[in-house]
Write a protein that binds this ligand. Structure first.
Ligand code: ZN
Length: 439
């Protein structure tokens, strides 16, 4: 495994993916380069064995799949998410302060650590919806320069700040944009100029802040990496690389990346929506298979829900369960939760361990301390649309939901190897709990 090459490509993907729209566009570019054929949900599908395809929804979720043969066994899938906790720019964003400054009105998207957003260069990226002669169209914009900052209050004006501070999103988190000048609507004009349109033609926007600090390697031997959006673009990237590198097996390989995991997934492009189910059913019909064939194929399918996991924190070792203690660079984390916030059970955990063994990569386990509720992810949410054997995994990281997170330099490559095995393999159901694993 060439960890340096993997990280170089990962860093480029992270730096060019300030939010879900860009992550999906960059994944589509890589799928296109690999010869995958673009499909549209609003057009008919004619599919052929031996070919690979991809389809997007809302420009912020993507499913790619490769059909090995018409009588395939099932679907071998990995699902991750491409959104991250962030501040969204509100409509009518400009707020003038004492006729001197202009700041931007923002609101929270998801649950972030607030403090690390302060005192660092930020910028804005997202989509604008533009008027056309016969309707509307989407343009992605990224103001690719240091543009904004959310300044802290000096310690002299808040002496108790280091004893704990409650951040108020409306009062504390609005970024400074510019000095107040003669012009009005400077922000919208900047966005319009970046999009190559006039401000009057912009009908609406979905724009988000992002941290300008690029991804880096660090540590004595460069054993760590740090970047924004490692949760969950690290898994999305590994899933895509494994998908592109896998050799076809007996099952349809399916790489899915959903939006809106950080706000509960209940959108058309989220894991609670119908995107995956619609896509699998269309594959089934396009390959001339019956409804019974579909249900039989789901019984011989496997889903890996891949979303980053909490590693043991060097300053807070007591926050981790006493016997399930993931560390950076020690491999893929299989996540367990008795109340099924994580989907892993003995069957799916065993299959995932077999995949890791076949791939020659290490795995480790995570459960929350029994006195801590922990987070949740998209695996159990997607079960209401497509119910099948599912395992929840992730890559170990620190500072989850910070705009600058830390992870291991080796773990991305481990997940690529495991994804390759997953996407090349098949799981033939022989009744509940008994499966033939074909690697
Ligand atoms: Zn996540």
């Amino acid at each position: 495994m060439n960890f340096d090459n993997v990280n170089r490509e990962l860093f480029s993907f992270l730096d060019h993916s300030p939010n879900a729209f860009f992550a999906v566009r960059n994944m589509c570019d890589l799928l296109e380069q690999a010869g995958m054929i673009r499909l549209y949900e609003g057009a008919p599908w004619s599919l052929a064995a031996g070919r690979g395809y991809y389809v997007t929804r809302n420009d912020s979720a993507v499913i790619a799949f490769r059909i090995p043969k018409a009588d395939y066994t099932g679907f071998q899938m990995m699902a991750s998410h491409c959104d991250s906790p962030v501040f969204k720019i509100k409509a009518n964003a400009e707020i003038t302060i004492e006729n001197q400054y202009v700041k931007l009105n923002v609101e929270k998207y998801g649950g972030m650590l607030c403090a690390p957003w302060l005192d660092r260069p930020l910028s804005v990226a997202g989509r604008v919806i533009v008027r056309t002669p016969d309707g509307i169209e989407t343009k992605l914009v990224n103001i690719d320069r240091d543009l904004l900052i959310i300044p802290n209050l000096a310690i002299h004006m808040n002496r108790q700040v280091n004893d704990g501070y409650k951040f108020n999103a409306q009062a504390d988190m609005l970024p400074l944009f510019c000095e107040k000048g003669e012009e009005s609507d400077s922000f919208l004009k900047l966005i319009a100029s970046e999009a190559g349109v006039s401000a009057q033609d912009i009908l609406d926007t979905d724009l988000f802040l992002y941290n300008r600090m690029p991804a880096v390697s660090l540590g004595l031997n460069k054993e760590f990496i740090a970047s924004g959006r490692l949760d969950d673009l690290q898994c999305a990237f590994a899933s895509l690389k494994g998908f592109l590198q896998a050799s076809p097996g007996n099952s349809v390989a399916v790489h899915c990346v959903f939006d809106n995991e950080e706000v509960g997934s209940a959108t058309k492009q989220g894991a609670a929506g119908t995107f995956l189910r619609d896509t699998l059913r269309r594959i089934n019909r396009a390959m001339g298979r019956t409804e019974d064939d579909y249900l039989m194929s789901i019984a011989s399918s496997f889903l890996v829900s891949a979303d980053n996991a909490h590693a043991v924190h060097p300053n807070h070792t007591d926050k981790t369960d006493p016997t399930n203690r993931p560390y950076l660079n020690k491999g893929i984390v299989i996540k367990y939760s008795a109340n099924q916030k994580y989907t892993t059970d003995a069957v799916s955990g065993a299959v995932m361990r077999a995949i890791c063994r076949q791939a020659g990569v290490p795995c480790q386990t995570f459960t929350n301390r029994s006195d801590m509720p922990g987070g949740s992810t998209l695996g159990n949410i997607s079960q209401s649309q497509v119910a099948l054997n599912t395992v929840d995994i992730g890559l170990p990281q620190l500072a989850m939901h910070s705009p600058y997170e830390t992870a291991g330099a080796k773990d991305t490559a481990y997940l690529i190897e495991a994804a390759k095995v997953l996407f090349s393999s098949s799981i033939e159901g022989k009744g509940d709990g008994s499966y033939k694993l074909v690697f």
